[in-house]
Design a protein around this ligand. Sequence first.
Ligand SMILES: NC(=O)c1ccc[n+]([C@@H]2O[C@H](COP(=O)([O-])OP(=O)(O)OC[C@H]3O[C@@H](n4cnc5c(N)ncnc54)[C@H](OP(=O)(O)O)[C@@H]3O)[C@@H](O)[C@H]2O)c1
Length: 268
Amino acid sequence: MEYRTLGRTGEKVSTLGMGTWRFGAYHTPEERQSQVAALRRGIELGMNLIDTAETYSSGRSEEIVRDAIKGVREKVFIATKVAPGHLHHDDVIAACRASLQRLGVSYVDLYQIHWPDPQVPIQETMSAMEKLASDGLTRYIGVSNFSVRETEGARAALSRHEVVSNQVEYSLENRQVESELLPYCAREKITLIAYSPLARGRISGSVPGAVLQKYHMTPAQAMLNWVTRHEQVVAIPKAANVSHLEENASSISVRLESAEYDRISGGS
Ligand SMILES: NC(=O)c1ccc[n+]([C@@H]2O[C@H](COP(=O)([O-])OP(=O)(O)OC[C@H]3O[C@@H](n4cnc5c(N)ncnc54)[C@H](OP(=O)(O)O)[C@@H]3O)[C@@H](O)[C@H]2O)c1
């Protein structure tokens, strides 16, 4: 596995992490087992970054993560998120404590604001985020779905800590961040965590067949290889079974040539 530095922290997170949206929503015990097994296999393969949120399946995604990290907590970097309805000071603290409980851990590595809420002053939210970090309940502070302007506001509201990451949608099918946010993150050394890097399962047919053949890659692997071509980006594909997980984990064992990245970007 390849690792990248988180923000300016010196902390190493895997270039490919694991998303867990809809984990905890299952119809059979086997489906639940499959979700836990996929995460455990990813940890074995060195994917240390696991992303979840208090809202995913009403907290049950965090419980799946709890089961997957039993006995290996020190090997993983847990990122969870506070919901936009919980951004007042005391609500942030309570939401974090509830997440810790569901995750079965005493701290999370990265605590992220899931979406901005213009109704709540960012200073109020950030004072709670700093308190959590100072009290050792979280290690790093991140945001999600923040524009450049909102990220600047969040950074300015912090006095003792930094915003180390911004989690936003980025895939071959959605490249909106490339115009402004990605260059900003690169300049400011903020990690861009790419969510829905497989376009939520709508695997792109736009990668040239010649590239796939040359590298013996599947289209999903090429999408993950392409989206992590920038040093500033790590991606968190979601895989609910070991076979998808293993396919994703091996997608960056070789890097395409830059002309091939350009060809994929250009769609020719
Ligand atoms: N911050 C935010 O607002 C936000 C929003 C959306 C998502 N996220 C985070 O980002 C993570 C990833 O995004 P996502 O879940 O929306 O979508 P995604 O990772 O782009 O795509 C997941 C879909 O792709 C399928 N898949 C996985 N590996 C595959 C492979 N090798 N070949 C073919 N299909 C494959 C999965 O199927 P199986 O499940 O059957 O394996 C699933 O249907 C989430 O789980 C969540 O942690 C954050």
